[in-house]
Design a protein around this ligand. Structure first.
Ligand SMILES: CC(C)(COP(=O)(O)OP(=O)(O)OC[C@H]1O[C@@H](n2cnc3c(N)ncnc32)[C@H](O)[C@@H]1OP(=O)(O)O)[C@@H](O)C(=O)NCCC(=O)NCCS
Length: 181
């Protein structure tokens, strides 16, 4: 996918491009920080224990894949967001994948998440192998649900007690979007 540039409401430019192995080191600094900032993700900061080699291998695998993707978003050369679209390499489900989306908290509410999703759609719409995008989101994550609904995602399922955080359960929605092809 070619590099995409979006102008945010405050005039700054968001640059979205496919991640490659050279991003591994920056991601290893970014990910522990963002895991600490949110409980909207499955992994906790304490569980994140990836080596540089593992991160490079993962990015290498995603960038070599025709059906999976990792996008990074930068503002003024600072990494501000990561989007992954991952799935299994089995013939019957290769047309689908699941989104993971993280924006650094100090940048929330500037349209970064929405524009990174637009870049995913740009890639997926040009990719005849992909016809369905899935994701899971906590019911309490109103910001994320609003974002996905505004981009045409629909609730397709409801997973009760999907997560347990500090002794409290929360449910997940399965949300999805079908592509035109
Ligand atoms: C969810 C997340 C990716 C959104 O990123 P973002 O860059 O803040 O998203 P955007 O600025 O593009 O859009 C946010 C939208 O939610 C709206 N919003 C903000 N707070 C909201 C709330 N409490 N309830 C409903 N909508 C809300 C904003 O107004 C905006 O909508 P608009 O474009 O119609 O004005 C980001 O908050 C994040 O990384 N959270 C932690 C990780 C996470 O939860 N990931 C998603 C897992 S499924």
């Amino acid at each position: 996918m070619e590099v995409q540039t979006y102008e945010l409401a405050d005039g700054r430019a968001l640059i979205v491009r496919e991640a490659d192995q050279n991003d591994a080191k920056t991601l290893l600094e970014f990910l522990p920080k963002v895991f600490e900032e949110t409980d909207g993700l499955l992994m906790t900061r304490g569980e994140f224990d990836q080596s540089l080699r593992e991160q490079m291998d993962l990015l290498g695998k995603l960038s070599a894949s025709k059906t999976q993707l990792a996008l990074v978003g930068h503002i003024d050369e600072e990494l501000v967001g990561l989007l992954t679209f991952t799935g299994r390499d089995l013939e019957r489900v290769r047309h689908t994948g699941e989104v993971g989306l993280i924006v650094a908290q100090e940048y929330w509410g500037n349209g970064i998440g929405k524009n990174m999703m637009r870049s995913l759609h740009f890639w997926a719409e040009a990719n005849p192998l992909i016809s369905k995008i899935d994701l899971r989101v906590r019911l309490s994550n109103r910001r994320a649900i609003h974002l996905y609904e505004s981009l045409g995602y629909q609730v397709e399922g409801w997973i009760r007690r999907a997560v347990k955080i500090d002794g409290e359960y929360d449910d997940h929605y399965w949300m999805g979007k079908e592509l035109p092809h």
